[in-house]
Write a protein that binds this ligand. Structure first.
Ligand code: GLU
Length: 381
C-alpha cells in the first residue's frame, strides 16, 4: 500500500513517452515503466495501465510517414500496432512473472450503462486474479461522433477508467513535467504548478493555452483530472522519464502537478448511483440479506430476494428494500436499505429469486455470475 494509502492505481503512458519522442516504441523506456509497475504489483498494489503507442507502433510497422494523420489511416495503424504494443508488454511483464490482459474500450462503451457495468466487472475481476490490465482505446471502431469527445484521447479515457474502477490514484505520464503557469515551450519564465486544489475556469484556461506536443496536451489532461478527482482519485501529471517516477509518486513524493481528490470514493459512487439515474425497480430482500448487506459488506445473492418489482434491464440501478421494517410491523414494510446496479434483468430475477446461486445457470440457461448486485456496485444507505 502506498504511503498515502493508495491501493488501486491507474497509470497512463502517453505516446511521446513510450516512443521517447521518436517514431517507434522505445523498449528501454517501456521496460523501465513495466519494472516499476511490477514492483508495485509485488507490493500488493493493483495497477491498471492505459497505454497509447498503438498508432506509433503501427506506423513503424507499415512504414507510413508521420504526415498520415487522418482518422482512417490512424485506425489502420492502430489495428496493426496494437498487437505489437501488447506483444512488447506481454514479454516485458513476462520477465516479472506477471500476466497482462488487453482491454480495448471506447468512450461510447463507458457512457452506456451496460457497457460500463461489463467493463467494470471485467477489470475488477482481472485485478482480483492478479492480472495487469492494459487498456487502450479501441481505435479501429472508435469514432468522434460522440459529442465533446475526440478520437484518440487516452487522457480522457484514463480519467474514465479511474472512475470506472474507483481508483485511488491516476498518474498521467508524458514528456511534460506537469501544469505550468504559461507554455514552457514558448516562455522561459513558465513555472510548474505543484498543486491544484480546485480545477476552476482559470486552470482550464491555463491548460487550454499550454497544449503540449502530441495530441494529449494539457487540456485533455486537466479534463481527465477533473473527472478522476470528482470520482475520489488523486491525480498527478508528471514526466514519465523521471527516475522511478511511479514508485516515488506512490511513495508520496511531490513531483509534477498534484490534483488531490475532490471527494471520497464512497461519496462519488453514491452520487453516481443516485444522481439523475432514476432507479428502475425494487428488490425486496429477506432479513438474512439485510444483515449480509448492511453489516457484512457482502453482495446480494438471488437466495435473499423475496420479490421483484418494476421492469428493468441488466445494468439498471435498483433499490433494495427490506421485507420487514425495523419494528417488524407491516406498516414499516419496505425500508430502503441500499441501491446498486443489477446484474440481472427483472424478468431473469423473477426466475431466479430465492434460488441458490449455483442454480442460476440451470434456471436461465446462462449466468452473469453468482451475485445479483455485486458489493462493488452497491451503496448501503
Ligand atoms: N489510442 C492511441 C494509440 O494507441 C493514442 C491516443 C492518445 O494518445 O491519446 O496510439
Amino acid at each position: 500500500m502506498g504511503e498515502k494509502g493508495e491501493k488501486r492505481i491507474v497509470a497512463k503512458f502517453g505516446t511521446n513517452l513510450l516512443t521517447a519522442g521518436t517514431e517507434r516504441l522505445d523498449l528501454e523506456v517501456m521496460a523501465t515503466l513495466v519494472g516499476q509497475v511490477a514492483r508495485l504489483h509485488q507490493l500488493g498494489l493493483e495497477v491498471i495501465i492505459v497505454s497509447s503507442g498503438a498508432i506509433a507502433a503501427g506506423r513503424q510497422k507499415l512504414g507510413l510517414s508521420s504526415e498520415r494523420r487522418d482518422i482512417p489511416s490512424r485506425q489502420v495503424m492502430a489495428a496493426v500496432g496494437q498487437s505489437a504494443l501488447m506483444h512488447s508488454y506481454e514479454q516485458l511483464f513476462g520477465w516479472h512473472g506477471i500476466t497482462v490482459a488487453q482491454t480495448l474500450l471506447t468512450k461510447g462503451d463507458l457512457s452506456d450503462r451496460l457497457g460500463y457495468l461489463n467493463a467494470r466487472n471485467t477489470l475488477l475481476a482481472l485485478l482480483e486474479l492478479g492480472v495487469v490490465p492494459i487498456v487502450n482505446e479501441n481505435d479501429a471502431v472508435a469514432v468522434d461522433e460522440i459529442e465533446g469527445v475526440a478520437f484518440g484521447d487516452n487522457d480522457n479515457l484514463s480519467g474514465m477508467v479511474a472512475n470506472l474502477v474507483d481508483a485511488d490514484l491516476l498518474v498521467l505520464l508524458g514528456d511534460v513535467a506537469g501544469l505550468y503557469t504559461t507554455d514552457p515551450l514558448k516562455d522561459k519564465s513558465a513555472r510548474l504548478i505543484p498543486r491544484v486544489d480546485r480545477i476552476d475556469a482559470g486552470i482550464e484556461r491555463l491548460a487550454g493555452g499550454t497544449r503540449g506536443r502530441g495530441h494529449g496536451g494539457m487540456a485533455t489532461k486537466v479534463q481527465a483530472a477533473k473527472l478522476a478527482t470528482a470520482s475520489g482519485a488523486a491525480v498527478v501529471i508528471a514526466d514519465g522519464r523521471e527516475h522511478d517516477i511511479i514508485l516515488r509518486l506512490v511513495g508520496g513524493e511531490s513531483i509534477g502537478t498534484l490534483f488531490p481528490a475532490a471527494t471520497s470514493k464512497m461519496e462519488s459512487r453514491k452520487r453516481f448511483l443516485l444522481a439523475g439515474l432514476a432507479t428502475r425497480g425494487r428488490l425486496v430482500v429477506d432479513d438474512g440479506a439485510v444483515v449480509a448487506l448492511k453489516e457484512q459488506n457482502r453482495s446480494l445473492l438471488p437466495a435473499g430476494i423475496r420479490a421483484v418489482a418494476g421492469d428493468f434491464q441488466r445494468g439498471d440501478v435498483v433499490d433494495i428494500v427490506s421485507e420487514r421494517g425495523r419494528g417488524g410491523g407491516e406498516s414499516e414494510k419496505g425500508e430502503k436499505i441500499a441501491c446498486g446496479i443489477s446484474n440481472y434483468s427483472s424478468w431473469e430475477l423473477a426466475l431466479i429469486k430465492g434460488a441458490r446461486s449455483d442454480r442460476i445457470e440451470a434456471l436461465l440457461g446462462y449466468g452473469y455470475g453468482d451475485e445479483v448486485v455485486h458489493r462493488n456496485n452497491l451503496v448501503v444507505l
